[in-house]
Design a protein around this ligand. Structure first.
Ligand SMILES: Cc1cc2nc3c(=O)[nH]c(=O)nc-3n(C[C@H](O)[C@H](O)[C@H](O)COP(=O)(O)O)c2cc1C
Length: 374
């Protein structure tokens, strides 16, 4: 057997989401959208991956319509006529190639710093659950109750607009220490209203976003939630220390209407809890009963983050053993979908090479390839 004959190339169907294979392009911020507007380069970039058989594209993080959602220059927005018209061109181009595409909707919370060229108004500080970017580390503004409701509405509106321009669903960015994750994580959520407290309180922000999207976009509109144990503020952090805590975290989100969990790990082959080989996506599927997406160094030998330098890794080599490990886990139906990040930046033809078992032609990854989109 090889990966080319594995479940990776079986179609996937869940509700209205029908994919030609199980390869997902991972969301990757590229900062090539001046003024927050996706342009022809963005269209060509995504179209090329769809043409080369990626099953589902999750776009780079795209900012919802709240004044403090953005954290970086040249990130695309998902509000306003111009940005939505830009995204519509991307959607239509991907569909024309037989692909499916979902935007990752994003608010950076306390990661935003005023006066760092993150538009639309760079004087605005970060907004977060308790004005904390990490344990005891103050940054920006603690959100009032009204700020919280306004931000939930911004996420729901983003999903509604995404649906209106033809996106195939929506992914909520609830990972990596950004706003939604800042609500999940006790160290950054010290609120004493209904959006804080125990794990049920800390998931309420995401739960209300999901419920709002369900209500306004209908029961058939696919909702993916991306979450991570690790945070960019603390790579060793764990949202759930135990299997039981993971179940407690997932249950309200499932009840609210999450369809698919995107479980962000840096190395998919690492077991999540002692005593079992299952990774985070494996446990999440088992505990939630919902499909899950795995991610992290698929086909590569190291994580996308250099934890010592606290920056993006410079180089990664092709690792066939990572592909063999993936094949076994797919065989066991540990998870349903497989997200691939850097390998798809480096090599738009990655899926076809895997399908045709041309493993010697795979390319690895170099940070230099971030310098251009196409
Ligand atoms: C350049 C770059 C930008 C990224 N931007 C995002 C992002 O916007 N949203 C997100 O959830 N993850 C982001 N990630 C993480 C990826 O989605 C993915 O989880 C990670 O790269 C691991 O997959 P890989 O090892 O296949 O690259 C980014 C990663 C890279 C390399």
């Amino acid at each position: 057997m090889s990966l080319s004959e594995s479940n990776l190339f079986k179609p996937f169907e869940y509700g209205t989401l029908k994919l030609r294979n199980r390869v997902v392009m991972a969301p990757m911020t590229r900062t090539f959208s001046p003024d927050g507007v996706p342009n022809d380069l963005n269209v060509a970039y995504y179209q090329l991956r769809a043409k080369n058989e990626v099953g589902l594209i999750v776009t780079e993080g795209t900012c919802v319509g709240h004044k403090a959602a953005n954290g970086y220059p040249n990130v695309p927005y998902i509000y306003g006529e111009e940005a939505l018209a830009g995204w519509k061109k991307v959607v239509d181009a991907v569909h024309a190639e037989g692909g499916k595409i979902i935007p990752q909707i994003w608010h950076v919370g306390a990661i935003r710093k005023a006066n760092t060229k993150a538009g639309p108004d760079e004087t605005i500080p970060g907004y977060s659950p308790s004005g904390l970017v990490a344990k005891g580390k103050e940054s920006g503004v603690a959100m009032s109750h009204d700020d919280v409701l306004e931000t939930i509405e911004a996420f729901v509106k983003a999903a509604e607009d995404a649906q209106a321009i033809g996106f195939d669903g929506v992914e909520i960015h609830g990972a990596h220490g950004y706003l939604v994750d800042q609500f999940f994580w006790e160290e950054t959520n010290q609120r004493d209203d209904e959006f804080g407290g125990d794990i049920a309180g800390r998931t309420k922000f995401a739960v209300d976003i999901v419920k709002g999207i369900r209500e306004r976009c209908g029961k058939d509109f696919p909702i993916i939630l991306r979450f991570s144990q690790w945070k960019q503020q603390n790579y060793a952090a764990k949202l759930a220390q135990t299997v039981d805590e993971l179940k407690e975290f997932l249950t309200p989100l499932v009840d609210a209407g999450v369809d698919i969990f995107h479980c962000s790990t840096r190395r998919f082959w690492e077991p999540e809890f002692a005593g079992s080989a299952l990774n985070l996506a494996g446990w999440t599927k088992k505990l939630s009963g919902q499909p899950s997406i795995t991610v992290g160094s698929v086909g590569l030998n190291n994580s996308f983050i250099d934890e010592e330098k606290r920056d993006m890794v410079d180089e990664s080599q092709v690792a066939k053993e990572s592909l063999e490990n993936l094949e076994k886990r797919l065989d066991n139906e540990e998870f349903d979908l497989v997200a691939v990040g850097r390998a798809l930046i480096e090599d738009p033809e990655w899926v076809i090479k895997i399908r045709e078992n041309r493993l010697d032609e795979l390319k690895g990854y170099s940070k230099a390839s971030l310098a251009k989109l196409v």
